[in-house]
Design a protein around this ligand. Structure first.
Ligand SMILES: [Zn+2]
Length: 193
């Protein structure tokens, strides 16, 4: 997975040394440089000057510890959930300038890490007074979010238990098909016979 993440970056960057550019795509089916050199064509690629900067981000993204956390399959939902906080602040359907998007991301990070009450701290730092109404709304938002996440975790657990039970039944049925009945009341006669 680590190699494939790097392949995404290098393959899409325009490097003078093509073997270096496609070093991580060796063995993949999608890279035409390795699989179909005849039709391979260099369309729009990222200028190589970006590579050192992007590489740092990609190295962080492909860090073993981070990838291990993705293995249980929980991270995708979390990422989607974080993205939705950004989209709520600057909807995809409209176009915003970099300043606005920056602020939306900062605000989403604060909300994600600390909760809605983080806004109060920002206001305090800006010497703005936080009204009772704002506090009540923020507290409610945080409580709702915690309750929702507990509910989701419970639903997930329920789904996993059901899946485990279904798997067990399926495996028992398959076993029965292969071996035929191996146990049953009166099936094999009385052992004292
Ligand atoms: Zn490639």
């Amino acid at each position: 997975m680590q190699k494939e993440i790097m392949a995404g970056l290098y393959h899409s960057t325009n490097l003078a040394d093509k073997d270096e550019q496609h070093q991580y795509c060796v063995g993949t089916q999608w890279c035409k440089y390795h699989n179909d050199r005849e039709t391979y064509k260099e369309d729009a690629r990222l200028p190589s000057s970006f590579l050192p900067y992007m590489k740092r981000v990609y190295e962080r993204l492909s860090d073993i510890k981070l990838l291990q956390r993705c293995l249980p399959g929980l991270t995708q939902n979390q990422n989607e959930s974080f993205n939705s906080l950004i989209w709520a602040r600057c909807p995809k359907e409209r176009s915003f300038g970099p300043k606005f998007v920056n602020r939306a991301v900062y605000s989403a990070i604060l909300h994600w890490n600390i909760g809605a009450t983080s806004r109060e701290r920002v206001m305090e730092r800006m010497a703005l007074s936080v009204g009772q109404h704002t506090q009540t709304i923020n507290d409610k938002k945080d409580t709702d979010r915690i309750n929702q996440s507990v509910r989701r975790a419970n639903d997930d657990q329920k789904q996993k238990r059901k899946q485990k039970k279904d798997d067990k039944i399926r495996s028992e049925e398959q076993q029965l098909e292969i071996e035929g009945p191996t146990y049953g009341s009166g099936l094999f006669g009385d052992i004292s016979d």
